[in-house]
Write a protein that binds this ligand. Structure first.
Ligand SMILES: Nc1ncnc2c1ncn2[C@@H]1O[C@H](COP(=O)(O)OP(=O)(O)OP(=O)(O)O)[C@@H](O)[C@H]1O
Ligand SMILES: [Mg+2]
Length: 255
């Protein structure tokens, strides 16, 4: 676990400003358009299903864009008039509270260990038109055990009564088993793939493990694809883009 923490810390080379710049109303035109396509494809994935949906977002390795994708997907679905809750379930090294200027706790871990009765659990993000968020809470010594408990299933079922969509930001699959455990409780999983990050073989392993755990992969997000960014750069923007846009591809592999 320490190794995991260290490697992720070392990878943090971008500034806080850069994180804010890639979410919600601060996004570039190219990114916003790509996220809207993502939202449309998510809606198509659940067409005809009337109940509330839990969508898990994961990746193969750290830093591929899971949190950015989770936040923006939640925000865009909310903008489409749906009731949305974003949950930070990355209990290893979460940065969502900092990115969204929220309190770290009480959060998911606190309610799972039973030291919170739900008060102050759901926070509103001023930056994102009051999007509802549950932060990860105090970092527990045993995240995997906590996420394996029946309590999380009960919690999600309770929350589903109040929200149309619950977006869960998860850790990467190759580092810890948390994402695989929680994938069973989701109605669909999205795998974020950042160009030039995870090796192809590891990505195949991620897909295989998710499928073995009975997860329904509803699609992939290709992050950092420069070609698409360049197109929009030339046509609409005078500024140099930092990353490419997201492209969402239907995986077509339903349970
Ligand atoms: N398409 C993008 N355009 C611009 N910036 C991006 C994009 N995707 C990710 N980033 C930036 O890259 C960094 C890593 O992204 P993010 O935190 O979403 O990844 P993560 O997979 O959640 O990482 P971790 O595994 O550490 O939780 C952040 O600073 C984020 O702002
Ligand atoms: Mg993250």
């Amino acid at each position: 676990m320490n190794e995991y923490r260290m490697s992720r810390k070392q990878e943090k080379s971008v500034s806080e400003n850069e994180e804010i710049a890639s979410i919600g109303p601060n996004r570039s035109f190219a990114m916003e358009e790509a996220h809207k396509r993502l939202r449309t494809n998510v809606f198509f994935s659940f067409a005809g299903e009337n109940s509330s949906r839990v969508i898990g977002i994961t990746s193969t390795v750290a830093h591929e864009g899971k949190s950015t994708t989770s936040i923006n997907l939640a925000y865009d679905i909310m903008k489409a008039g749906k009731k949305v809750l974003l949950i930070d379930a990355d209990m290893r090294l979460s940065n969502m509270a900092r990115t969204l200027s929220l309190r770290f706790s009480p959060g998911l871990s606190n309610i799972l260990v039973g030291d919170n009765n739900g008060e102050g659990l759901v926070q509103k993000v001023a930056l994102l038109e009051n999007l509802s968020v549950i932060c990860c809470g105090d970092i527990p010594p045993n995240p995997t055990e906590l996420l394996s408990s029946q309590r999380i299933g009960v919690l999600l079922e309770t929350l589903k009564k109040s929200y149309d969509y619950i977006i869960v930001d998860l850790p990467p699959v190759s580092d810890v088993s948390d994402a695989l455990i929680l994938s069973k409780l989701t109605d669909g999983m999205i795998v974020v793939v950042r160009q030039g990050h995870a090796e192809k073989k590891l990505l195949h392993d991620t897909v295989r493990q998710l499928k073995n755990n009975g997860a329904r992969i509803i699609g992939f997000v290709m992050n950092g694809t420069r070609e698409t960014g360049r197109y929009y750069y030339n046509k609409y923007r005078r500024k140099k883009y930092a990353y490419g846009a997201y492209i969402y591809r239907q995986y077509g592999d339903k349970k």
